[in-house]
Design a binder for this molecule. Structure first.
Ligand code: TYD
Length: 208
């Protein structure tokens, strides 16, 4: 059986990731490709508990790194890897790049520690395609605010969000074989079509 493909969505807040995750999964399934949707932190009962802990408790960056990594190790071993091996595609809302940017670049956790944790909690299950939903800081905050969802992660200043955006863009530039930057300022339909073109070019064309 052919291995499934692993697609992750990354980006700052308010870029419309969850809408696009759902739309891509729908489109894949409509095309006859078995697909599961996942999110991080979360994805397993233990991971969901960790999600509640982290999102409520404002831990230290290194504590966050280890908690996210614990949730991710379970998620990869119990959900993502088995699905891919079964030929199912996995579309995941946030993954390793969120850790690199939030805990690494913004939290100040050293890159060697992040890299070591990544290697031992994820490898060799790296995403086949990462879609970075990119949006200006002003637009992102406006949208998040309009949804009434200013969580503790959102309640940071403009500079924080600018560094967040740059963090994802830098990863995309450094790993162009894996990452595609998607302009999130357009309508949901336009974004979904753009994402579909990337999936076709990068994954479906290869599988044919
Ligand atoms: P969530 O409510 O899912 O936010 P979003 O809709 O923006 O994805 O909360 C997830 C938060 O956790 C988000 O602010 C990013 C953060 N996060 C990390 O800091 N590190 C990680 O490794 C992951 C997966 C998420």
């Amino acid at each position: 059986m052919t291995r499934g493909q692993f697609i992750t969505f990354e980006g700052g807040e308010g870029a419309g990731k969850s809408t696009q995750v759902a739309r891509l999964a729908e489109r894949l399934r409509a095309g006859g490709i078995p697909t599961v949707v996942a999110r991080e932190p979360g994805g397993t009962p233990l991971g969901e508990n960790i999600r509640d802990l982290v999102l409520q408790a404002s831990p230290e960056p290194v504590t966050e790194l280890l908690l996210f990594a614990a949730a991710r190790a379970e998620h990869v071993a119990k959900v993502i890897r088995p699905a891919l091996e079964h030929g199912t595609w996995v579309v995941c809302d946030r993954f390793i790049d969120s850790t690199r940017v939030y805990q690494g670049r913004l939290g100040g956790v050293p890159g060697d520690l992040i890299g070591a944790v990544e290697t031992h909690s994820v490898a060799p299950i790296f995403p086949d395609l990462t879609l970075v939903l990119d949006l200006s800081v002003e637009e992102g905050l406006k949208r998040t605010e309009a949804r009434g969802e200013l969580s503790r992660f959102d309640a940071k200043g403009t500079e924080y969000h600018q560094r967040l955006r740059n963090g994802f863009l830098d990863i995309a530039r450094a790993e162009p074989d894996r990452c595609v930057v998607i302009d999130g300022s357009r309508t949901p339909d336009e974004i979904a079509d753009d994402i579909w073109r990337s999936v076709e070019d990068r994954l479906l064309a290869k599988a044919r």
